[in-house]
Design a protein around this ligand. Structure first.
Ligand code: 5GP
Length: 119
């Protein structure tokens, strides 16, 4: 988990408006947006707009609190909109931990009992 924050990572570019994204919910602190390579219908990512933490180890506790409140709010919206049978909430740290974009993010992935998991 060595290294430093790359200000040109794809989520930083989304936050600057340089790359388009589909917003699900946002406020001054947090952005929830659709994953472009969804693992299921309704796969959403939630990120901090203010923190340059790459991962869970780096994020400030207050920012994490806001982020997780937004994760819960977004999960409830996904539940209302899509009525999944389950919701996987996932977060990866470091390349060896499965992370590919190094701006801390939380995945919300709706699951259905009769649909295979493809990720
Ligand atoms: P990680 O493995 O780092 O937790 O997941 C990164 C996620 O970002 C992946 O699910 C991937 O599909 C998503 N992603 C990568 N590039 C883009 C992009 O340009 N736009 C959006 N909306 N999602 C992206």
């Amino acid at each position: 988990l060595t290294g430093t924050y790359d200000p040109d990572n794809i989520f930083a570019r989304i936050l600057r408006g340089e790359v388009p994204s589909v917003t699900v919910w946002e406020d001054d602190h947090v952005l929830a947006f659709m994953d472009v390579f969804p693992q299921s219908e309704g796969h959403v990512l939630v990120i901090s707009k203010t923190s340059t933490a790459r991962n869970l180890l780096e994020i400030e506790a207050e920012v994490l609190t806001r982020l997780m409140a937004a994760v819960q709010r977004t999960a409830r919206a996904v539940e209302r909109a899509l009525s999944p049978d389950g919701l996987s909430v996932m977060q990866f740290n470091g390349e060896a931990g499965g992370q590919t974009v190094f701006h801390l993010h939380v995945h919300i992935i709706p699951r259905w009992a009769d649909r295979p998991m493809d990720g």
